[in-house]
Design a protein around this ligand. Structure first.
Ligand code: FAD
Length: 338
């Protein structure tokens, strides 16, 4: 089922969803099930699986020289989505990125997804390869996410790259795109960034998932500004609990987001690592409660983690807390649309 259908059927109730990373190359699908097993109890509406482009790695040869290899460290997004559907009977949302792909490779991947009955895609530009200072588009690929949106929207109307194809079957993907309440780091200002965001919707995007934020007022202001600009699709807030002290600096650096002083003070007052984790989760629960009360369509939790190492210690403890808050909120009728 499409993400937008999930939201419509929830009839104002706040859903929850999670985002996982494919495991590192060489690991098994069981590592994904190990993450998801404890989460499934709380019935996520859908599960996003990220896409990771190639990286350059250097290996030392016998003659002492370094050889440069291109390597995709976390392959398998499409297969993982399909495996999750079969294993849990839950909808999945594969992320599709522009970076590293020609338009034809993208089309072929979308055909695979269509054959697999996957109804949703989150379309993104992707970031620069780690060793490159700026994003470089594939010579035969897309420069911006909007171009990817147009390609999928075309396929949804039966328009493939080869326009001479006969008797084509249109796809029927529900298209999501990324949004940045604190603006995308390359955009000169929030208004410009949101104009491009609006053009992604005009091109066919049906819902937004935001970058993580730690201050709900940023999300509320963003939703208001979206309304003013005529952006009326569901805006799903992205959330992540802080679980280590180091994240107070690593998350702003990696994701270009601010951390409120109150959260910093609370984390810095913690005596142990366990206290830090508990405080970070508590903050996220408080954020979740407020967002639910304000009628957010869905709460989307980033795991951002290595499948084997970090998620099991983090998400299961997070989800039950959030979910029990959800239940409490629903019984006390806190969930209402704005
Ligand atoms: P775009 O919408 O293309 O925007 C990129 C920049 O260009 C922005 O500054 C925008 O203002 C500007 N812009 C947009 N359109 C135009 C235009 N036509 N002309 C000029 N300027 C324009 N990355 C991954 O590699 N894999 C993932 O799985 C992944 N999942 C993500 C999930 C979410 C919810 C989010 C928020 C991000 C995710 N990312 C992922 C990161 C994302 O790829 C980066 O943030 C990337 O830098 C921008 O992607 P975008 O789709 O927002 O780009």
């Amino acid at each position: 089922m499409k993400v937008t259908e999930h939201i419509a059927r929830a009839n104002g109730k706040t859903l929850f969803s999670v985002e996982i990373l494919p495991p590192l190359k060489g690991k098994s699908i069981q590592s994904i099930y190990n993450i998801l097993d404890p989460i499934m109890e709380f019935k996520p509406a859908f599960i996003d699986v990220t896409y990771h482009r190639e990286e350059y790695v250097y290996k030392k040869r016998e003659n002492g020289l370094l050889e440069k290899f291109s390597m995709r460290k976390r392959p398998g997004t499409v297969a993982i989505c399909s495996a999750i559907i079969n294993h849990y009977n839950v909808d999945t949302v594969p992320h599709i990125i522009c970076g590293g792909f020609s338009r034809e490779e993208t089309e072929n991947a979308l055909i695979d997804l269509h054959f697999l009955n996957i109804d949703n895609v989150l379309l993104l530009r992707g970031d620069a390869i780690k060793s490159e200072p700026v994003f470089e588009a594939h010579p035969l690929g897309h420069r911006y996410a909007i171009d990817l949106v147009k390609q999928v929207a075309n396929m949804n109307t039966g328009k493939y790259l080869d326009e001479e194809l006969q008797d084509v079957t249109p796809t029927n993907f529900c298209i999501g795109v990324a949004a940045y309440p604190e603006k995308h780091f390359e955009a000169p200002n929030l208004t410009t960034d949101m104009r491009w965001l609006k053009s992604k919707i005009e091109a066919g995007a049906e819902y937004l998932v935001t970058q993580m934020f730690f201050d709900n007022s940023k999300y509320f202001a963003f939703v208001e500004k979206c309304k003013e600009m005529g952006i009326n699709v569901p805006i799903i807030p992205g959330l992540k609990p802080i679980t280590t002290r180091k994240q107070l600096t690593s998350l702003p650096k990696a994701f270009h987001v601010d951390i409120p002083q109150e959260l910093i003070d609370r984390i810095e007052a913690c005596k142990t690592d366990a206290d830090v984790k508990s405080e970070g989760i508590q903050w996220c629960v408080e954020q979740s409660k407020e967002l639910m009360k304000a009628g957010a369509p869905c709460l989307h939790y980033y795991t951002m983690s290595n499948a084997e190492i970090r998620v099991p210690s983090r998400m299961p403890s997070m989800v039950p807390m959030v979910s029990s808050e959800m239940m409490a909120a629903s019984t006390t009728r806190l969930m209402s649309l704005p």
